[in-house]
Design a binder for this molecule. Structure first.
Ligand SMILES: NC(=O)c1ccc[n+]([C@@H]2O[C@H](COP(=O)([O-])OP(=O)(O)OC[C@H]3O[C@@H](n4cnc5c(N)ncnc54)[C@H](O)[C@@H]3O)[C@@H](O)[C@H]2O)c1
Length: 333
């Protein structure tokens, strides 16, 4: 098992990761699932940790469209109804939606109870479960309401990936590719040569978590260098919000891949590097149609990161390095 020490918690990766947490410290336990993680992941978790069998199971509906206030209300209602006190623990068993929203619901219930992340998608293992960014979508805008708070632990058990569809695996690869492009040219060169049908996920996840962890430890609250992690996400979030509002949501990673292509174009790297990134993504992953600038303009102008009405991008300064606070007006894009 690999253990990566983050701010004040461990990220444990591997076969033995699930037993690396002391659940007996808590008076009551709840496990947050959606219908898919209830079916595919909960049984596996309970085989590894039979002591969790008496936990309260809180089920919400899967999907980004349910990362909202009404799902949060349901979580708070269940915790209240079952008299969860401040010495309770919420176990978030799922992808980034469960992790972001469960963490947010736990951190606000009775001014905050502990939670742990047990990510079950590649995206949440390699990225979302680490770093303490929690929240929900609001009024059609991604992650509009939320906070920073660290989990007590992150337990990454790669076997959960066995039931994950190929499109979801590809979606997770978007964040891994992003980490490589902003922080590790060697990983980028390795990914370019990789056959994705035959990957050692434990290694790739561990490297991705290490890269992210280093960035967040330097700047936990995104005042400066953590903004590098937003590479691909300014266009990415606008595209994701566009499809969400249209009623045909796309995967977060699909939006990020489109964002990585568009933001590489804005970056100060060579023409050859730009085409290499674009060709790698388009030849390996089937992506939705990229909306036009006018279709996503309102989301870009509403982006949380904007400064003085300008849109704030994190862009590649070279492969493996990223510069922050590159400001563009909508007309300059
Ligand atoms: N907090 C952060 O730092 C951070 C970083 C990146 C992304 N995110 C957020 O993460 C979210 C996307 O996360 P995601 O891609 O994991 O999506 P998701 O949570 O919606 O999960 C994708 C789908 O896979 C299903 N699923 C999960 N695990 C499964 C398994 N093992 N087997 C079968 N099905 C399974 C889920 O039920 C869901 O239908 C977005 O809301 C995004 O904003 C957060």
């Amino acid at each position: 098992m690999k253990i990566i020490r983050s701010d004040n918690y461990d990220v444990c990766i591997g076969e033995k990761s699930l037993v690396h947490f002391n659940f007996s410290d808590y008076s009551t336990l709840a496990i947050l699932v959606d219908e898919n993680t209830k079916k595919h992941c909960l049984p596996l978790l309970l085989v590894q940790l039979p002591a969790l069998s008496n936990s309260l199971i809180i089920e919400i509906q899967s999907g980004e469209e349910n990362k909202n206030l009404s799902s949060c209300s349901l979580i708070w209602e269940e915790l209240s109804k079952h008299n969860f006190d401040r010495n309770s623990l919420l176990i978030n068993l799922g992808g980034g939606v469960i992790g972001d929203m469960g963490g947010f619901a736990a951190s606000t219930y009775k001014r905050g109870i502990d939670f742990i992340q047990i990510p079950t998608t590649l995206l949440s293992m390699a990225d979302a479960s680490v770093g303490g960014k929690l929240g929900i979508d609001f009024n059609g805008l991604k992650n509009q309401v939320g906070l920073f708070k660290n989990p007590k632990s992150v337990l990454i058990y790669p076997e959960f990936l066995e039931t994950l569809g190929e499109n979801q695996l590809n979606s997770g690869l978007a964040e891994i590719v992003k980490h490589a492009l902003i922080a590790d040219a060697n990983l980028w060169n390795k990914l370019k040569e990789t056959s994705f049908s035959d990957v050692d996920w434990e290694d790739v996840i561990a490297r991705s978590v290490q890269l992210k962890n280093k960035i967040i430890l330097d700047d936990p609250f995104e005042k400066t260098t953590r903004k590098q992690l937003n590479f691909g996400h300014t266009f990415g979030h606008a595209i994701e919000s566009y499809y969400l509002e249209k009623g045909t949501p796309i995967l977060h990673g699909e939006a990020v891949f489109l964002g990585v292509i568009l933001e590489s174009e804005l970056s100060n790297i060579t023409r050859q590097e730009k085409s290499e990134i674009k060709n790698f993504i388009l030849s390996n992953f089937a992506l939705p149609h990229c909306p036009s600038k006018s279709e996503i303009a309102k989301y870009l102008t509403n982006d949380k990161k904007n400064q003085s009405k300008k849109i704030n991008f994190s862009l590649l300064s070279e492969i493996g390095n990223c510069s922050i606070d590159n400001l563009f007006s909508i007309d300059e894009l």
